[in-house]
Ligand binder design. Sequence first.
Ligand code: PLP
Length: 381
Amino acid sequence: MKTIPYGHQWIDEVDIKEVVKVLRSDWITQGPKIQEFEDALGKYTGTKYAVVVSSGTAALHIACLTAGIKESDEVITSPLTFVASANCVLYCGGKPIFADIQEDTFNISPIEIEKLITQKTKAIIPVHFAGHSCDMKRIKQIARKNKLLIIEDAAHALGAKYRNSKVGSCRYSDMTILSFHPVKHITTGEGGAVLTNNKKLYKKLLILRNHGITKEKYLDKPDGDWYYEMQLLGFNYRLTDIQAALGLSQLTKLDKFVKRRREIAAVYNQVFRGNDYFDLPIEHEGVYSSYHLYPVRLKKRFLAAKKDIFSKLRENGVGVQAHYRPVYRQPYYQQLAYLPGLCPQAEKFYRSEISLPLYPLMSNKDINFVVNKINKVLKKF
Ligand SMILES: *Cc1c(COP(=O)(O)O)cnc(C)c1O
């Protein structure tokens, strides 16, 4: 039976041609496509520097290391995110602190952030849930007052805008990370990037991506032309030129992709407005969401049946997904002694949330299929 998934990449013949060109060239990694892709990302988002890496998770890891996160440092992030947004803090020996979400946007609440700041707090990782920007103006004020760094997790939000600037511009942050996983807005298979306007941070990110190695000559008397030095304990988090070529080609279509996502969201908004089953996501004034997700929340009387509704929808070919079980409710985090009930709004959200299928390649017929099946399934509950 036909199933409409919750997300899907859109790769066309032009993308494939660009990848094949690289495969026929001398450089399949560490070649010219990397810088080209980085320049294009910087230009698109309005950021000075971009460092592309092998995944969004790798981007978060080197961003945290570059922010200087180390043992016993605290970093405040959202519980309503993919585990990588918090894991990156653990990689550095730091402690993720979860600030509860706002009820309307499901993004991290500035009020909750402020309550959790201690002497140990070093950074904030706001996550633009579903592609709707966080209240970055307020978060930046809090960070400035408390001398904290901000790393935006924009894995959901490439192509989104906030107060007339692109998400990723780092106007309200020190660094922004992106992911190019196939369900995200553009894909390189696996891949990610860190954006920044700060040259010092940029240089450190470059070094950490490549084993901590630099070819800049810091010594007075380098041994010879072969000279390089390892200054930090870095990683091999490089993206290949094959992937960068795909990313470059995808990036030219990003605005079209986001426009189509917004069209689909507008159809959902229209056909489900005032329905009896679930509440719809909203978009704040001054925000242009990239609609990575279309999260609906079941009304109270359907909560007990969420599991059944979910599986019935899937049985009927509607590939719904749930985003997310609050990170600290994962077994690994429970064992680190994060208590259930820590973030009541995020837990409440998780009990009711279902993400409807949404990706640019969805046809109008697909949308109709999804809408009809949803109405048919929910009528029976
Ligand atoms: C996808 C995602 C990541 C991780 O990106 P990968 O490229 O899969 O490593 C991080 N944060 C959020 C919010 C994500 O959705």
